[in-house]
Design a protein around this ligand. Structure first.
Ligand code: NAP
Length: 349
């Protein structure tokens, strides 16, 4: 696709840690051309390079560094906007933008559980995009990306649900520091330490998967019937959320059958060869000490989910380990993949 045929896009919350990841991942994107950055009044009016505290190891892309930061309000020229806004303001800003005809693809929690808003993982529930037709935003729309820990776990659960059925899930997370934004958790709290609490995280892990794995029922989603219990911890890892998961299946399955169904899992993003889609959504490791955040978080553009250590469990049927990149698959990359799917399916003209 030539540059002039690309869709112009903006990023709301462009100066934050997820906003920066959007900017990095949108550089030379084959479908999208980043033309606008927006943030709070503190940043608006400044050049992007002067407003941002750039924390990524690659330079600010040429063409973005000198963009003037705009306010997060209608008036932006791009019809498609990615939102990496702080959740204290995302709710009303995103509604306002959608009411004014913008298509908002958001990472923030605010609209995730709205009845008419898709909570989308393109490999898991691409059909939920149909909900957009029930929205009251006219030409505008809101589509959301799930919580960063939810995404990795649900990609691992989807093939199990489809093949064997699922009754119950218990998950314990070890979540990276970057998940708390910048500057995030103070060094004196995080080094040599584990913090056994992340505000609101356990409730998201227990509720979001039910909607994502649920079925489209007219103008809303009927939740899937699975019991989920979650415990979440912040650990001293920079990027990559690790989760230990225990599951009860509805049908009996051997370990070989489970591994085979993970390895065989493909979905619409792979069939459509979307630019950010991993070739394989799931990589299964047979080595007992894998997956590990530092070694495996970047597999397949940091969009793949790594799984390992599948074994029988004394309390549930099976237990295993899941790893996914929280700011790429779990945030900016996941949201861009949502927009790629929307474009490929004709939701963005
Ligand atoms: P962050 O680093 O704190 O960035 C927040 C952004 O929101 C900044 O660009 C900030 O602009 C902007 N903002 C704050 N107040 C504003 C206002 N009143 N009006 C307009 N813009 C305002 O946060 P983050 O870690 O990037 O997270 C962004 C969102 O993504 C959050 O909702 C978070 O829950 C979600 N999320 C994060 C992750 C992750 O791994 N970090 C994963 C999934 C989802 P200024 O610089 O001008 O203040």
């Amino acid at each position: 696709m030539q540059k002039k045929e690309k869709i112009n896009v903006g990023v709301l919350g462009a100066t934050g840690s997820v906003g920066q990841k959007f900017i990095q991942l949108l550089e030379n994107h084959p479908y999208f051309n980043l033309t606008e950055v927006a943030a709070s009044d503190r940043s608006a009016g400044k050049k992007y390079k002067d407003a941002v505290n750039w924390i990524l190891p690659t330079p600010i892309p040429e063409g973005v560094a000198d963009l003037e930061v705009k306010k997060c309000e209608p008036g932006l020229e791009s019809r498609l906007v990615f939102s990496a806004l702080d959740s204290s303001v995302a709710g009303h800003i995103e509604s306002d933008m959608a009411k004014n005809g913008y298509i908002v693809v958001s990472n923030s929690k605010n609209h995730r559980m709205d009845n008419d808003v898709p909570l989308l993982i393109p490999e898991v529930n691409p059909g939920h995009l149909e909900l957009i037709k029930c929205q009251k935003y006219g030409e505008g729309a809101i589509v959301t990306n799930p919580n960063c820990s939810t995404i990795g776990m649900v990609i691992a659960l989807k093939p199990l649900l489809d093949t064997f059925g699922l009754e119950a899930v218990n998950v314990v997370t070890m979540q990276a520091l970057s998940g708390a934004g910048y500057p995030g958790v103070s060094s004196l709290d995080s080094i040599d330490n584990v913090i056994p609490f992340i505000g609101g995280e356990e409730a998201k892990l227990e509720s979001e998967p039910l909607k994502i794995l649920g079925s489209l029922d007219g103008d809303s989603i009927k939740d899937v019937d699975i019991r989920i219990s979650a415990q979440t911890n912040r650990v001293a890892v920079l990027d990559g959320h690790m989760e230990t998961v225990q599951v009860n299946l509805k049908k009996k399955a051997s370990a070989e059958e489970i591994i085979e169904c993970w390895k065989a899992f493909r979905s619409e993003p792979q069939n459509l060869e979307l630019p950010l889609a991993p070739l394989r959504p799931i990589y299964y490791f047979t080595e007992e000490k894998y997956p590990q955040p530092r070694l495996h978080r970047n597999i397949d553009k940091a969009m793949a989910v790594s799984i390992g250590r599948l074994r029988k469990c004394n309390l549930f049927d099976y237990k295993f380990v899941v790893l996914s990149h929280n700011t790429v698959r779990g945030a900016a990359g996941g949201a861009i993949l949502c927009a790629e799917l929307m474009k490929a399916k004709g939701y963005i003209k």
